[in-house]
Design a protein around this ligand. Structure first.
Ligand code: RIB
Length: 294
């Protein structure tokens, strides 16, 4: 079974700050790091490190070759990545002293996905293959429609959440992986139980994973709910923790068929990611996750 992740590739500029910058304020960062990132790229790396056969679809500009190389080195198939004239997508990220982040995104090449490109990429896949999507590229709705026609299983991480998400053909999505804030914006409900109930009323055949920050995560479908605690670590940088969770959950689910095991591996891997700096570089290998004493 193949996994196609059609998603963003970003260059992350990460500024270490005592606190997030306020309106009108000028404040010096204590450190600048440049990391490969983008929710798409991060999730592809997590999927591959957790053992899946992953193909990445998406765009880079002339300044994005290092990102393609990073994916390749992690074991991701990069042959479906297109080169465009537009500058590569990038993110300006502030990380504060508690490890929290705030992100400015510039879509660039990520927003140059074309209809013809979608057809060409999907040609490589068959019914039953997985498609993973986030919300950092254009034409997400068209990709969902076409992949559904092909019989692919569609996984959506509706992040970053915006109005465009509501316009997507969400009834064609098999799996939602989202956090509480995204869940609230999508359903209008606040309590995790109510968010899950509302999503299952709207999409009764969907399978849902809701992450609850420090309170863990929960899997829900029409028949069952499974809860998972977090593994506690000292937070250094939370960037890409959600992406690591998504990649490890889907990859482990494909490998083992067990939601319980997938939630546990995702919780372990994202705890390790939180304890390290950067997006892609913080994503652990399977050996690290299995060997970690957490
Ligand atoms: O989820 C983390 C990612 O969000 C960063 O790598 C950044 O590029 C933004 O897309």
């Amino acid at each position: 079974m193949k996994v196609l992740n059609f998603g963003s590739l970003n260059l992350d500029l990460v500024y270490q700050m005592e606190h997030f910058i306020r309106a009108g304020e000028t404040f010096a960062a204590s450190r600048l790091d440049k990391f490969p990132g983008g929710k798409g790229l991060n999730q592809s790396i997590a999927l591959a490190r957790a053992g899946a056969e992953v193909y990445h679809g998406g765009n880079v500009g002339p300044d994005g070759e290092a990102l393609v190389e990073t994916l390749g080195n992690a074991g991701v198939d990069t042959r479906l990545i297109r080169r465009v004239e537009e500058v590569t997508g990038h993110a300006v990220i502030q990380v504060d002293s508690r490890g929290d982040n705030s992100i400015i995104l510039y879509g660039g090449a990520n927003m140059r996905v074309t209809s013809g490109q979608i057809d060409q990429v999907l040609e490589e896949f068959a019914p039953g293959d997985y498609l993973i999507l986030q919300n950092e590229i254009n034409r997400v709705g068209e990709i969902i429609e076409k992949a559904f026609e092909k019989g692919m299983l569609i996984v959506l991480n509706p992040s970053p959440m915006n109005e465009e998400i509501r316009k997507l053909p969400l009834e064609k999505v098999s799996f939602f992986l989202l956090n509480e804030i995204e869940g609230e914006e999508l359903t209008g409900k606040r309590e995790p139980g109510e968010i899950l109930e509302e999503l299952l009323i709207r999409y009764p055949h969907a399978r849902i994973v809701l992450t609850l920050g420090g309170k863990g995560s929960v899997y829900a479908d029409a028949e069952k709910r499974i809860y998972q605690d977090i593994y506690k670590v000292e937070a250094v940088d939370t960037t890409a923790a959600g992406d690591t969770f998504t990649g490890y959950f889907i990859s482990t689910l494909i490998r083992t068929g067990s939601c319980q095991k997938a939630l546990d591996m995702a919780a372990r891997a994202s705890a390790i990611a939180v304890s390290r700096k950067g997006a892609a570089p913080s994503i652990p290998t399977l050996d690290e996750v299995c060997g970690a004493g957490i």
